[in-house]
Design a protein around this ligand. Sequence first.
Ligand SMILES: [Zn+2]
Length: 320
Amino acid sequence: MRALALGVDLGGTNARAAVVDRDSGEIVASHKEPLRDRAPEAVVAIVVHAIREATGAAGISPDACGGVGVGVAGQVLGSTGVVINAPNLGWRDVPFGRLLEGALGIPVTVANDLSVAAWGEKRFGAAKGLEDVVLVFVGSGVGSGLILGGRLHSGAQGVAGEFGHVKVRPLRPETAIRRCGCGQLSCLEAYVSGVNVAARVREDLAAGVPTLVGERVKGDLSRVNASAIDDAFSAGDPYAIARWEENGELLGTAIANLVTILNPARVILGGGVILGCPNLARLVTRHFEEQVLRASARGLSVERAWLGDDAGVIGAAVLA
Ligand SMILES: [Zn+2]
């Protein structure tokens, strides 16, 4: 009989639950549910529903897995299950683990979404067999997951690897200091995440700054995203080139600093902004290679994430 585990990926727009084979990492059944309401009690009900759908499809009951792991896009306080800050959910200090445990009646483990994704890659993906690996994610948000000495590194308060919130300074005169969703000023994420770079470009378009990005989205500001900027870069648009040169240097430098401090064997890249924007990725690579300490880069490999969007549910399941 297969050993099954239960994982949940709780993002800003969806909750996805999956029943996962503990030994192979294979997803046996999964169910995705939109977050119609982000109030904690409503999210608990949505997650419980997603879990019941996924376990039902697998022909088991939730308690057959012995517990559930949840990866949340936010800062999680150690093993308490308390979500300290999840800007996409609008949560501050929500005891999500306790609430979900009360509703489900089985043990709940809550961790940061990128920590669980890194653990998924360690068990079944691009970090398998390696002791020291950093997963860097650049998508709607920015973050990292750290595997150090073969273990998931979570830090004294459980919030290690909050890479999106390291502070940077804009490199170009036209770039103002920006406020991050976490409330602080000048976090890396405030400049380079998909959500934030799109917001910046929308502001500039609304102010009449000339750029091909406006034509690429046919004047519909809601369609501005990182891909549209990358397309405009390919067409030689000076504005798009300026955005990507700045963001490529900010990201490449920050990743170089992370590698210089931690000396991983591998950097795993994930997220649509870095994987789906080849012009940006090339600039990130160039600045990374220029700035990383030579000794830290010896033997280092850079690899795309293998598990993609499944890393979260798989990692959460096997972490539980
Ligand atoms: Zn921040």
